[in-house]
Unconditional design. Structure first.
Length: 306
């Protein structure tokens, strides 16, 4: 009887756990939709900026723009790690931390003095425990980042990069490919990489004050630039870098909810399977107990008749 009581206790305990995991799955599903919308809204602006940069970029004069400066032998760099403030999302944070450690090790092997900037309680807690010095830390961004948060994170690093105090800035974040595919990724924000202009045989900046835009239809339009293309690109690059950081923040937030929803769904399914197994075990134990009691009654009755 003690075994049957213990099984009933375990069944009730697992049922309560399943209720919690199912509720967390539903909450993450609701939050995931809003986070996914923020990711989708951030992409057109980044594409438009990239198209303008690709159209006007002049490789011969790139050295005149600080944010495009590429060091021959980088000596100082910064890695920004974005993790979540909460757990219960499977290996999401562990994978991000592992990738950040790999980048720190790889850059250090190349002779780069790297400083680490951590966003999120999980990353901060791990590197504090590991004894890794943190150049800065943020706990207030959470899973609803704003463009202002991105400015606050990348702004000081951008200023130091322009003055030569940093040679590169990378961010380790959760890339949101789909709700079930959120791998860790590395994105180099500074120096800004300049995408090639599609359908263009030359660089836009070399055309002086006139440039040609290539609309999706393939027809070219002439337009004048005031001031020069280099000045326009120099004004757009900070916007592009801030948008890249904002995209990393919103994609990590969406990836966190996707990973938590998947983890909670797996936990709910596992709890259901465990409950089924415990109930079968309980029924077998109860049946064996009833059979034993009947055998004892029959045996007692036969003893009285004998």
């Amino acid at each position: 009887m003690a075994k049957a009581r213990e099984l009933r206790r375990r069944i009730r305990s697992v049922e309560k756990t399943r209720q919690i995991t199912r509720t967390m799955e539903m909450v993450s599903t609701s939050k995931l939709k809003r986070a996914q919308d923020r990711v989708v809204r951030s992409r057109p602006y980044a594409k438009a900026l990239a198209d303008v940069i690709a159209e006007l970029f002049d490789a011969e004069r790139a050295g005149e723009i600080p944010l495009l400066r590429v060091a021959d032998a980088p000596a100082r760099g910064a890695v920004v790690l974005i993790t979540s403030n909460r757990g219960l999302c499977g290996g999401f944070n562990a994978n991000l931390i592992r990738l950040a450690r790999e980048r720190l090790r790889a850059l250090g092997a190349d002779g780069v003095a790297v400083e680490l900037h951590a966003i999120g309680r999980k990353g901060i807690g791990y590197f504090r425990y590991a004894g890794q010095a943190l150049a800065s830390q943020r706990l207030d961004i959470g899973d609803r980042p704003t463009p202002q948060h991105a400015v606050e994170v990348i702004g000081p690093l951008m200023e130091r990069f322009e003055h030569g105090a940093l040679d590169l800035v990378e961010v380790v974040y959760g890339k949101f490919n789909s709700p079930v595919h959120t791998p860790p990724a590395v994105m180099r924000i500074l120096p800004v990489s300049t995408p090639a202009s599609p359908g263009s045989s030359g660089s836009g900046g070399g055309r002086g004050s006139g440039a040609e835009a290539a609309p999706p239809g393939g027809r070219h339009a002439d337009y004048l630039l005031r001031p020069s293309p280099e000045e326009v690109v120099g004004a757009i690059l900070p916007l592009y870098a801030r948008n890249q950081m904002y995209r990393a923040l919103v994609e990590t937030a969406a990836a966190e909810h996707g990973a938590r929803r998947t983890a909670m769904k797996n936990a709910t399914d596992s709890a259901g399977e465990m409950i089924d197994w415990l109930r079968r075990t309980y029924n077998r134990a109860r049946q064996a107990q009833i059979t034993q009691e009947i055998a004892e009654i029959v045996g007692g009755a036969e003893a009285l008749q004998g």
